[in-house]
Design a protein around this ligand. Structure first.
Ligand code: NI
Length: 184
């Protein structure tokens, strides 16, 4: 089932999501997450973005052909914990399905170690770098109640205020279905 994407301004995007009970059947949620991400042409989607405040996100970087090692980067991360972020920060322009048509540079550390479960409750501790780390950091922020615009300077944020208000009202052009908290 394809869910509408929850827009900026909805409190669910600001909540720290809760762990999923280990061993529970997450197959239906995982299938819906992939379907919804694909319908929106996303490379990552976190459960709060479909209104579910649980610690799960999916990624699919297989379409990023210029990025090395992406051909296998289609994954599910369940109950993830960032154990460590390290190396020099680097800037990259990010966007978010919940904040359409806004893209801004965000500085993040280059590498991280992540503990997580996959969709079959297999446990992993893995180091990621480059674009993989970037995508994970963005999605991980979602389940911590954080958004990429939180990293912007006060001036940048002020300049985006009007656009963000419109997004919350659903007054934004997207090629996917949205759910805006202040739509009348
Ligand atoms: Ni996002």
């Amino acid at each position: 089932m394809v869910y509408p994407i929850i827009m900026y301004g909805d409190p669910v995007l600001r909540k720290r999501a809760t762990d999923i009970e280990k061993g529970s059947d997450i197959a239906p949620l995982v299938a819906d997450m992939f379907e919804t991400m694909e319908a929106a042409n996303g490379i990552g989607l976190a459960a709060p973005q479909i209104g579910k405040s649980v610690r799960l996100f999916v990624v699919d970087g297989t379409g990023l052909e210029d990025e090395p090692g992406m051909e296998t980067f289609r994954k599910v991360f369940v109950n993830p914990t960032v154990l460590e972020e390290f190396d020099e920060p680097w800037e990259f322009e990010e966007g978010c399905l919940s904040i359409p048509n806004i893209r801004e540079n965000v500085s993040r550390r280059a590498k991280l170690t992540l503990h997580y479960f996959d969709e079959n409750w297999n446990e992993f501790t893995v180091k990621f770098d480059g674009m993989k780390a970037r995508i994970i950091q963005h999605e991980y922020d979602h389940i911590e109640g954080k958004l990429f615009i939180d990293y912007l300077t006060p001036l940048k944020k002020r300049l985006l205020k009007g656009k963000l208000a419109n997004i919350s009202k659903g007054d934004v052009d997207t090629e996917y279905r949205i759910l805006a908290p202040l739509r009348k």
